[in-house]
Structures are given as C-alpha cells and as structure tokens.
Design a protein around this ligand. Structure first.
Ligand SMILES: [Zn+2]
Length: 173
C-alpha cells in the first residue's frame, strides 16, 4: 500500500482488527520508508452504492471525497482527523444500510451537513455555503441567521468562540 507521506510501497501491518461496526477490517500499517503510520480499511465492494451527480453522471461512492470535503470545511477548526473519520464512517454506514444501488449526491451532502451541524458550527456553515448556494441562497442565509441566534443564546451561558465569516460564495444572489 503506497505510503501517503513518502510514496514507499513497502509497509508492515502492526495491528489488524474489526472496525467498530463489524463491516470492515481496520489495519494499522507502518511505512518501511519513513516509518509513518496510516490506517487502511478492507470492505465488501458490492455493498458500495453508485452516487448520481447533479449532471446525471454516476460514479462509485468514494469515502475519500467525504473526508476531503469535511477536512476543507474543518480547516483551522478544533476537529481531529479521528472525528472526521468517524463522521465519514457513519455516513458510509448509513448509505450501505439503505442498500440502494444508486444514491443522489444531494442526499450525501445533506448527511454531511447534518453531521457537521452537530460537530462544529463554523465548519457546518462553510460546507453548507458550498452545497446549498447552487440551490437556494435564501435557505443558506436563513441557516446563518439561525446559527447566529443559536450562538447568541449560547454566549449568554458561556464564553464561546467567534463564528468567523462564513464565506458567502460570489456570483450568487
Ligand atoms: Zn513513508
């Protein structure tokens, strides 16, 4: 397995166990080149559904895209990789449990938003701004309003971090 850090092909498995939900084998590996550790999951391929994109194209579900999307939304936020992996796992698990061969990309986006909303307000708004802007800007503005109201009520109880500017996408009005 190619090392994500240095590209070395040789590694050794240092731990191998069932993932929490028992649907995957989780392997902890160590690169023999740079000694960095990384994790791989072995899953049943047939269970993974196709995702229908907005333009009608199909592609196989790619967990990495979810992880990358959340990573981007969580930039400079106090969210660990483990938390992001857990969210990606739960979404993938949900898609598999639906046991449908095809799933709309909007459904995947909604699931990511639900998870982010629980985890981190700022990350949620960032992600939602990308996902929702193309469909309904009013909905997006309402979401921000709700978040600010939520934040204000929270601040009355405790000191809380600033909601930094949620990057309203340009060219949408
Ligand atoms: Zn390496």
């Amino acid at each position: 397995m190619k090392c994500p850090v240095c590209g070395e092909i040789e590694d050794k498995v240092i731990d191998s166990r069932l993932a929490k939900d028992n649907t995957a084998i989780r392997r902890r590996r160590q690169c023999l080149g740079c000694l960095k550790r990384f994790t791989t999951y072995e899953r049943i391929e047939e269970m993974v559904p196709f995702v229908i994109k907005k333009d009608g194209r199909r592609e196989s579900f790619d967990r990495r895209k979810i992880v990358e999307g959340i990573l981007r939304a969580c930039e400079k936020r106090p969210i660990s990789i483990e938390q992001i992996e857990t969210v990606a796992d739960s979404i993938e698990q949900d898609l598999m449990e639906r046991a449908e061969k095809e799933i709309q990309v909007s459904y995947v986006g909604e699931r990511v938003m639900q998870a982010l909303k629980k985890m981190d307000e700022v990350a949620y708004v960032r992600f939602a701004s990308v996902y929702r802007s193309f469909r309904d800007i009013e909905e997006f503005v309402n979401e921000i309003k709700e978040l600010y109201e939520l934040k204000e009520s929270k601040e009355q109880q405790t000191e809380h971090g600033q909601l930094d500017d949620p990057q309203i996408p340009q060219g949408v009005s």
